[in-house]
Design a protein around this ligand. Structure first.
Ligand code: SIN
Length: 303
């Protein structure tokens, strides 16, 4: 199989890289995957951080069947599910709403001791213009830091939480509260190495994010803030990112350990309806032996 552009050839599939992050997989029908293709797509997702597919025709049952080829489904504890399909989280914004879900840089589930591996997001209804999703490469973010900064970060851990986003005291627009629930479950924090070794590719990846990281372990919030602010500005530089434009039937399959994502909220007056299935991940380890301590859960007080 040959494709134009920066093509990476595997045995069963060929993917065209999108730049620092992401690759489009062509001529693959997700409902007709062989075991060999699943293994290669798994490897390609580890290499490129996110895989894009076009023109997929998937019922809810098909979407679940595709996800199950790649791992165990994580039933989201905060998002509203699609009626009759608890495995599928609904990411919906109606024409009259102004707030969206995911409208800021984040990586999903970093507040869990074993964060979800990634998600398979399927576009059902999208605006013709706008509603894109940005992705950023945490491989590129790490690789482009100085040796001094890399070495410091490799010895540190960071504390992540869901409480300020999904908890009872989280500040968010009322229209988003209607789409999220189960606030009582947002009580657990987690500590992870700031630079992880990616479980599939083996590459070092920066593992902090503006959505869920609270502070560097053993540092005060005030001490942590300038370092985290530097890392967030650095990681989201345009050369580390890619902007994906959705069409009905598009799929993005991203890896939370190698990327961040950001749902752009620029389509007021139009409806956008996406179905998301999230897959369980692996225990994370530090990028270098003796680096940040292994991940652990922390039970926060007061939810
Ligand atoms: C999300 O953050 O999971 C939503 C991404 C999107 O809607 O593009």
């Amino acid at each position: 199989m040959t494709m134009p552009g920066a093509t990476f050839q595997y045995e069963q599939i060929a993917v065209r890289a999108s730049g620092a992050v992401g690759a489009e997989v062509c001529e693959v029908d997700l409902s007709k995957l062989t075991d060999a293709m699943v293994a290669e797509l798994h490897r390609a997702r580890g290499d490129h951080g996110v895989l894009f597919f076009r023109d997929q025709v998937l019922s809810e049952a098909d979407h679940i069947a595709v996800a199950e080829r790649f791992g165990t489904i994580n039933v989201n504890r905060f998002f509203t599910a699609v009626d009759g399909f608890p495995q599928i989280a609904e990411v919906r914004k109606e024409a009259e709403q102004t707030a969206n879900i995911g409208g800021g840089w984040h990586t999903d589930h970093s507040y869990d001791e074993i964060p979800a591996m990634g998600s398979i997001l399927y576009a059902r209804e999208v605006p013709e213009v706008g509603g894109d999703t940005l992705f950023a490469s945490m491989y590129a973010a790490y690789d482009s830091l100085s040796e001094g900064m890399r070495s410091m970060l490799c010895s540190l851990n960071a504390v992540h939480s869901s409480r300020h986003v999904f908890g009872a005291r989280a500040e968010r627009p009322a229209e988003l509260s209607a789409r999220l629930g189960n606030q009582a479950a947002a009580t657990q924090d987690a500590v992870h190495p700031m630079v992880i070794r990616h479980p599939v590719s083996g590459r070092p990846a920066l593992y902090v994010n503006p959505g869920f990281t609270l502070r560097i372990e053993g540092w005060t919030p005030a001490e942590s803030a300038p370092v985290l602010a530097f890392l967030y500005a650095h990681a989201s530089r345009p050369e580390h990112t890619y902007r994906f434009h959705w069409m009905p039937g598009s799929v993005a399959f991203w890896d939370n350990r190698a990327t961040w994502h950001y749902a752009v909220n620029d389509y007021h007056g139009e409806r956008r309806l996406m179905h998301r299935i999230t897959l369980e991940g692996d225990a994370l380890s530090a990028a270098v032996p003796g680096g940040g301590a292994p991940s652990r859960a922390v039970h926060a007080v007061g939810g």
